[in-house]
Design a protein around this ligand. Sequence first.
Ligand code: KG4
Ligand code: ZN
Length: 361
Amino acid sequence: MRALGIESSCDETAAAVVELASGDALARPILHANVVHGQVEVHARYGGVVPELASRAHIRNIQPVIAQAFQQSGLTPRQIDCVAVTAGPGLIGGLLTGMAAAKGLALALECPLVGVHHMEGHLMSPFLDPNAADMDFPFVALLVSGGHTLLLHARAFGEYHPLGRTRDDAVGEAFDKGARLLGLGYPGGPAIAALALGGDRQAMSFPRAMPGREQLDFSFSGLKTALRTFLGQHPERLQEESWRRDVAASYQEAIVDVLASKSLAACRQTGEKRLVVAGGVGANQRLRELLQERAGQAGIQVYFPPLSLCTDNGAMIALAGLRRLEAGQRDGWGLNVRARWPVEKIIEKKEGVWGIHPPGL
Ligand code: KG4
Ligand code: ZN
């Protein structure tokens, strides 16, 4: 079975074609095409994503991106078996653009339409890594992006048990807001990571919000405030490059230290030996390094999707859609987008099973 996956929930217009051998639980997906059109140039001067500008860019880009995905795949639209689309959460304008395109295509091709929760898409990304052939359920997942910071126990496809989440800012926001305070560009994560290279991670001590060693919730707003206060106390040093490197390295360390400790605590609590890190912040090299080091000591294997699959993409949505279809789930034409689709509402226990239940008729 082949799916076209469409993702447009934030500032990436993306489409991909993925194939999964049906009826074979061990089959690895084949990635035929993966096209991502970013909007950094649209938002950079504003220091963050401007929703209205994002909507307009998605409208401009969606059709060329889908056409490019088909071209890259060497397949024709008639050769796909379903259209999977991010139904939420995200920015409403972008979601609506992706949904309209998906419905139009599915209707014209007379094939099933499957709505996907964006975070379930991220959960699928390690399965697309050809170097992780042994990847399988169950595992603990650390989902870290611009909008989410979540620890989940993924027991099987569609069976996710929430373990911890942020109580305030998402970790991507902590990077983006920290970058803004340091006068760096958007997106802030890569900018802080680049500035932190060569900086002293121990130079400053930023707070780690860790209410209890085994407590799995996160909090990042205090850290951001600590950075603002600290920078306010040293205005004369803000132009000093080596000092800025130390600040960036110490700030990044405070974030990744918390992410690593809680992820490993989640593995201890669930008894799982596999940890998946997904979402845009999963691209962070220092997080990868620290987790590999600490997980190795604890006998835990960490899976990081390749960088191109860590940030938003259509391939993860296509694969989640294929797995949903395989599980007998498809949506009607009444499928709608959800800008807010909180984890508490999606991951519900229905008929004794924890899962993401997509909106629809
Ligand atoms: O998953 P994603 O592409 O989009 C959302 O669903 O939010 O994540 C975007 C977030 C941004 O906050 C960006 O600053 C962060 O991921 N990010 C990083 C890195 N690359 C992207 N954060 C830290 N280090 C990176 N290398
Ligand atoms: Zn994302």
